[in-house]
Design a protein around this ligand. Sequence first.
Ligand SMILES: [Zn+2]
Length: 503
Amino acid sequence: MRNKMKSGWVLLLVGLLFPLACQAGDERKQLAFDVVDRNAAQMAAISDAIFFFGEPGMQEVETTRLLKDTLAAAGFRVDLGGAGMPTNLWAEWGSGHPKIAIVTEIDALPSGSQTPLEFTHKPLVEGAPGHMEGHNTHGGVASTAAFAVKQVMQRYDIPGTVAVSFGPAEEQIASRPFIVRAGYFKDVDAVIYLHIRDSLATGYGLQNYAAISAIFTFHGKTAHGAVNPWDGKDAVDAVELMDIGFDKLREHLRPTYRAHRTITNGGIQPNIIPDTGQIWWFVRDASMPAAKSTYDKLVKIAEGAALMTGTTYDVKYAASAWPQLVSKTIAEAIQNNIDVVGVPAWTAEEQQFARDFQKSAERPVIGLRTKPEAFGERRQATSSNDSGDVSWVVPAGLLTFPSSVPGIEYHEWHAAVTPVSSISHKGQVVGAKVLAASIIDLLTSPELVTKARAEFEVESKKTPYFSLLPADAQPPVDLNRAEMEKFRPAMRKFYVDKTPRFE
Ligand SMILES: [Zn+2]
């Protein structure tokens, strides 16, 4: 009888302790959810303001000013302009380890200007840049989630650091190799990479392709095309021979490769032998060593083209990106939070809007997704994202949140119709909740971070990281500058004059 009672007590205690342990975690996450809900209007205000700034890569001046002010007012230490880029923003709160960072971007695209909620192409400013991928939402979600985590850390006295990295010019895969080289991630224990999508999802495995972007310029000697062509050395001949040479190589490359080019200087007029010719290449593959080996052959082809034409050449690094190595361990933790938070409760009007939009854009009329995407290993896409470099120096998870309409592809004006809609705002709320809860998991569960690190040690060693940056490479800070200067005055009248403050 006594023994029975005793074991009964033990069972009762175990039964009590486990829910208590869970409850503590649940309470902390509940507080984070409450903070996100309480700041939903602020989050929307940040994301909407960034939409109307519409700033492309390296020109995210107003965007980073808003984020800096907002995060500084919320108590974060803000480092703007690091790694040689005026619009590189790093913010953090807390001290020591674990140090968990959100990695995302806030740049718009050239010619992306569009009037929100219009189903026809109607730029706010004709020809101006704009958010036709919805990166504007990243600003709201990342900063609100970081603020929610900070509130929880303060209330529950949780040690560690929460950080946000807004990298410039993701659309030109132009900044992360520099941010990594500058050492920003050296003392970071784990990151979560954040991106808008039409679904609430995580996943794991290799995401995106490795990419190397380089500009080859040939230098020859000018002459009259009819009078003394024998005195000329035609730099555009070299460009053409390089193109033909690579086409001969294509047959002998592995089927996973991608390579594409554009001739950026093809001469002036036929009767002038051009002394300058230029061709800009992108070489990609499923892994960086594979892309690099194709790239090395491309350089040999340039040498050959120069030799054949008696010209010289130089090659300029333009950009590079590793595939993203996404941790299964962190993905599982994120998925648990996705299962708790779930997708937004869309109204009948929002579903109708989505169906009308899909119909008008001639996409499958399926409305908005009503459940999260199934969990699993993700297919590797052939596009590239420079946040990949981060994932080879620190364990990385991935979260996408449902702020766009299924079937509406990015990089065209349709995708700029909804980034400031209620669909976007509601997607941001669930995104910020899942993100905050997952960071709380990483901050409060040492075994999770240890397991992610152990997995990372195995997976990342399979392809040891090397930087593609030449030692003297500097970030392309003038990218999109002329375009922004041209359009900013006309865009300015759409700016929203708000100063969001978290509470
Ligand atoms: Zn993107």
